[in-house]
Write a protein that binds this ligand. Structure first.
Ligand code: NAD
Length: 491
């Protein structure tokens, strides 16, 4: 689909089964990052809107929690059908508002579909699995463990994978029997509101699903602080995650946090070079490097380093950067001016710290004038004390570094306050296994791209996460455990 000339965007909150303006009538401007053009003004929510949304979710909870898993699965499958029907529009809005190329935008929509489909299955299975008999060493007592929905869940998401980070929370929350208030990123509300409209169209009872748009300070903070919210599931930066956890402690509500990363791809001396180049490129430049899972530290066996670097530089020079709707474009802009300035600042600081700029670093040729573009960038000789090496850059910037031994490679990868993911490229299966075990990371890909199946797990060690999303873990995040111990009646 091409970028539309004339399209109407959803711009209101969705509260208690209705589209409504914000209590104060204020709005936030939404920008197309490829052109800098103004796209829409969406409702800028406040604590008053949060109050209405939480109240509506709390009112809907008692009936929703009583529905069977099979009933909830029917709604989740209806959402799948609705998202499939809107696939092109959702992908168009994803590219338009986030700037990612159409191919990546379609992948995102397909991920949403796969996630809702998977949690529909888990919801169905809940009917048999909600109550589990536990064997205890007493003939007198019968003990059952029940898994119950935890209550109203606040879902707060970032802008880099709009709809995907939402689906990873929303599908399991609804499957578990929670009612929800979603707060999309103020930077990318357009695809999220279209997803909200898809969800609104399947006829769930009013209040089960609510969406309030606005800033972190005006909507996110009151949502986290609200005593009616039982659980906060947050994806975003580590700094804001810390604030969320502190605020949540006032009302002692549960938190799940998916935060930043500074991950490595490790290329061993026996690696298939074509595969290594492909994986380094994707790990660094997919979504313009705006990925929590970016493998921005490239650790390479010393003997392979000159060849790999030369191959990479050649390959990176061929990446087509530009309008996300243009055919053949592989990398779009960064999401906004602030992000562009932040990444530029890191590049300048890296140079000042003594890192060697190998390629990129500036604005690529031939891109739309006002867009927030930056060329794929590679640094070598990056001091391990520099921010370029230690901090999450969240842009298309790779740091290249040699290692001599497997142990050194593992130590370099683990030398981070984050521990989200890692990629290992080696022909030696035993080494792949050994290194995967030694890494402090929540996901390790061995000779494989960054595939994330909804059936598995998502999240990391250290400052990258609290808890896990996806798989049964994602569902458990929205459940309370209740033990029921009954004294057996004497016959
Ligand atoms: P951010 O932390 O600035 O914002 C995330 C969300 O939190 C937004 O909706 C924002 O409005 C809201 N928010 C801001 N302040 C808040 C507050 N005080 N209380 C409650 N909510 C508040 O992050 P971002 O810039 O939107 O996203 C980029 C970050 O997200 C990166 O650090 C990236 O690594 C991380 N991320 C992590 C994962 C993961 O799965 N680990 C996935 C995607 C993105």
């Amino acid at each position: 689909m091409n970028a539309p000339n004339n399209t109407r965007f959803l711009a209101q909150h969705y509260i208690d089964g209705r589209w409504v303006d914000g209590a104060l009538g204020r709005t936030i401007a939404v920008i197309n990052p490829a052109t800098g053009a103004h796209l829409a003004d969406v409702a800028a929510g406040t604590a008053d809107d949060v109050e209405l949304a939480v109240t509506s979710a709390a009112r809907a909870f008692p009936a929703w929690r009583q529905t069977t898993g099979t009933e909830r699965a029917r709604y989740l499958r209806a959402i799948v059908t609705e998202v499939e029907a809107r696939r092109e529009r959702l992908a168009m809005l994803q590219s338009l508002n986030n700037g990612k190329p159409q191919e990546e935008a379609h992948m995102d929509v397909d991920d949403v579909i796969a996630t809702f489909r998977y949690y529909a299955q888990l919801a169905e299975r809940l009917d048999d699995a909600t109550t589990e008999e536990v064997s205890v060493p007493s003939a007198e007592h019968r003990v059952r463990i029940r898994r119950e929905p935890c209550g109203v869940a606040a879902l707060i998401v970032p802008w880099n994978f709009p709809m995907v980070t939402t689906a990873w929370k929303l599908a399991p929350a609804l499957a578990a029997g929670c009612t929800v208030v979603l707060k999309p990123s103020e930077i990318t509300p357009l695809p999220e509101l279209e997803l909200a409209s898809a969800i609104a169209s399947v006829g769930m009872p009013a209040g089960v699903f609510n969406a309030v748009t606005g800033t972190g300070a005006d909507v996110g903070a009151p949502l986290v602080a609200h005593p009616g919210v039982a659980k906060v599931s947050f994806t975003g930066s580590t700094g804001v995650g810390q604030t969320v956890m502190k605020t949540a402690s006032d009302t002692l509500k549960g938190v799940s946090l998916e935060l930043g990363g500074k991950s490595s791809i490790m290329v061993f001396d026996d690696a298939d070079l074509d595969l290594a180049v492909e994986l380094v490129e994707a790990g660094g430049f997919f979504n313009s490097g705006q990925m929590c899972s970016a493998t921005s530290r490239v650790l390479v066996a010393r003997e392979l380093a000159p060849t790999l670097l030369a191959r990479l530089v050649k390959r990176v020079g061929q990446i087509v950067v530009g309008d996300p709707f243009a055919s053949g474009v592989q990398m779009g802009p960064l999401v906004n001016r602030a992000q562009l300035e932040r990444v530029r600042g890191h590049i300048e600081q890296g140079i000042a710290d003594g890192a060697r700029l190998i390629t990129g670093g500036g604005r690529p040729a031939g891109v739309p004038e006002q867009g927030f573009f930056i060329a794929p960038t590679i640094f070598a000789n990056v001091p391990s004390t520099s921010a370029l090496w230690r901090d999450e850059i969240f842009g298309p910037v790779l740091c290249f570094r040699e290692f001599d031994t497997e142990q050194e490679a593992v130590e370099l990868a683990n030398d981070s306050e984050y521990g989200l993911v890692a990629t290992v490229v080696t022909a030696d299966e035993a080494r792949g296994e050994r290194v995967a075990r030694a890494l402090e990371a929540g996901v390790v890909w061995v000779n494989a791209p960054q595939l994330i199946y909804p059936q598995t797990s998502w999240g990391g060690y250290k400052r990258s996460s609290i808890g896990r999303e996806l798989g049964p873990f994602g569902l458990a995040a929205f459940q309370e455990i209740k033990q029921v111990l009954t004294r057996r009646q004497a016959n």
